[in-house]
Design a protein around this ligand. Structure first.
Ligand SMILES: Cc1cc2nc3c(=O)[nH]c(=O)nc-3n(C[C@H](O)[C@H](O)[C@H](O)COP(=O)(O)OP(=O)(O)OC[C@H]3O[C@@H](n4cnc5c(N)ncnc54)[C@H](O)[C@@H]3O)c2cc1C
Length: 443
């Protein structure tokens, strides 16, 4: 058994990597620059935690496989278990999605509750030592193409394997360049999405002041490419509260002042969210966020790569958060790491092979998210090839059919939740429905 692994960055990707490594290394050290708090307040290293964090079904399944009592723990602390179609109301460009028992199930809660509950699972593992308040500041090249780390206090740390999980602000490209490696190629696609998020206490659904019939736990009014760039979501969190997220694409950034926030909700594709908010009580300030686009580093292409070093999570690939793919992609990468360690081959090019494998793993969420972004002419970045465009056009037809078809709705959601591959949209029954709809429109 190899002796020591060091993981940099103690957030979701770092926890999942540490969990996997603890099965195959004698000791795992997890280095986090922040000091953790005992409650669920948002810490400096993860400012995104103020915003809605949707856990896709594939991500939930991997988390539950890693931590079998996660569901119980989350529910105990106030998370909600919801069926995406039975418990939610979705406004799509062509109407409301049908509601039925879909089996597409996940938890909803604040990002900090999810992170802290996973952290508690990690803290139970005696092989994992968490070192808080410690910041990695550079890499050092040792002999035989191996790295070690340097921290702010100028301590040098050696390990058999080093894992970068420092998220979207990773310094790995420049730190590797400083010690003689080349810079990775970078792909960027930016659809200029902005967020505004506020916590609310809903009125009781039966209260006299409540003007809306509320038979849902989650409400989402989606944008309508390309006529309406606004999306709004009511997302249930702990203690019966709501996190309300407003999203604008193509630089239509939602305002972060009280009046502007409410006005934005009046201009969604339906006024249902505005009606629900009228009776609700604000419970936080309004948090804004400007997304820097989707970005991936192509480490898999680098001919010279350190022997004992891998990168995963947002540090490799940042997805447009609008599609809720970040945690699930980190979970998929941790699963890939587990599969490779399980194979047990101690090859010299383990690290290089890992980067190649996860480049494939993250290509699905990348295509799913960026192809939705490309529906907007304001998005910048390389346009997809003809085959991808044909698949995208078909996916769009399936989505537009969704209000009339449970099969279309379920298939589209299963794909977006990475539960099923995009080929699910080519099921013969669905193809018949899409063709019938197309012919019906022509006549
Ligand atoms: C606005 C917004 C909304 C999002 N919504 C969703 C969503 O709905 N669903 C979803 O799945 N994902 C969402 N994401 C993405 C999600 O937050 C990340 O994909 C997920 O947290 C995994 O990230 P990570 O662990 O790789 O990095 P992060 O969560 O960014 O964590 C990096 C960690 O590394 C630490 N660190 C950084 N540098 C150093 C250093 N030098 N030394 C030591 N420690 C260091 C940081 O303090 C931090 O703890 C969203 C992101 C944003 C920005």
């Amino acid at each position: 058994m190899p002796k020591k692994a060091v993981v940099i960055g103690g957030s979701i990707a770092g926890f999942l990597a540490s969990h996997v490594l603890s099965k195959y290394f004698e000791e795992v050290i997890l280095i986090e620059k922040d000091r953790y708090t005992d409650d669920n307040t948002v810490r400096n290293g993860v400012p995104q935690a103020n915003h809605v964090h949707l856990l896709l079904v594939k991500g939930r399944e991997i988390l539950e496989e890693f931590f079998p009592n996660l569901e119980d723990e989350l529910i105990k602390k106030g998370a909600n278990k919801i069926d995406f179609l039975k418990d939610s109301r979705y406004r799509l460009p062509t109407g409301w999605a049908p509601r039925f028992d879909s089996g597409i199930i996940t938890f909803t809660c604040t990002r900090m509750l999810l992170e802290n509950t996973i952290k508690e699972q990690i803290q139970k593992k005696s092989k994992i030592k968490i070192r808080q308040d410690e910041q990695v500041t550079s890499y050092v090249l040792r002999d035989k193409n191996k790295l070690s780390l340097k921290t702010k206090e100028a301590k040098e740390i050696n390990a058999d394997l080093i894992v970068d999980c420092t998220g979207r602000n990773t310094k790995t490209p420049s730190w590797l360049e400083e010690i003689g490696y080349s810079k990775p190629r970078e792909t960027k696609i930016d659809s200029f999405v902005g967020y505004a998020t506020r916590r609310f206490i809903p009125s009781s659904p039966s209260s006299k002041t409540s003007k809306t019939k509320r038979d849902w736990k989650m409400l989402a009014i989606f944008n309508n490419p390309t006529s309406n760039p606004r999306t709004g979501v009511i997302y249930p969190i702990e203690n019966g509260k709501w996190l309300v997220g407003l999203y604008g694409i193509g630089k239509n950034y939602p305002p972060t002042d009280e009046e502007g926030f409410l006005e934005f909700t009046q201009n969604l594709e339906s006024t249902e969210l505005y009606d629900a908010l009228k009776d609700a009580t604000p419970d936080s300030e309004i948090y804004g966020y400007r997304v820097q686009g989707s970005r991936k580093y192509h480490y898999e292409e680098m001919s010279k790569w350190p022997k004992n070093f891998i990168v995963l999570g947002d540090a490799v690939s940042v997805f447009n958060p609008y599609y809720g793919q970040g945690i699930t992609s980190a979970a998929l990468a941790a699963k890939t790491l587990e599969d490779m360690l399980k194979e047990g081959k101690k090859e010299n090019d383990f690290a290089k092979k890992f980067q190649k494998k996860i480049a494939k793993t993250i290509s699905l969420p990348w295509v799913l998210g960026t192809s939705e972004d490309m529906r907007w002419p304001t998005t910048i970045g390389k346009r997809p090839n003809t085959i991808t465009r044909m698949v995208q056009n078909h996916a769009q037809r399936v989505l537009l059919l969704a209000p009339k078809s449970t099969l279309a709705t379920k298939s589209f959601l299963q794909m977006m939740h990475m539960k099923k591959p995009p080929t699910i949209l080519f099921h013969p029954l669905l193809l018949i429905q899409v063709i019938a709809e197309f012919l019906g429109k022509r006549n």
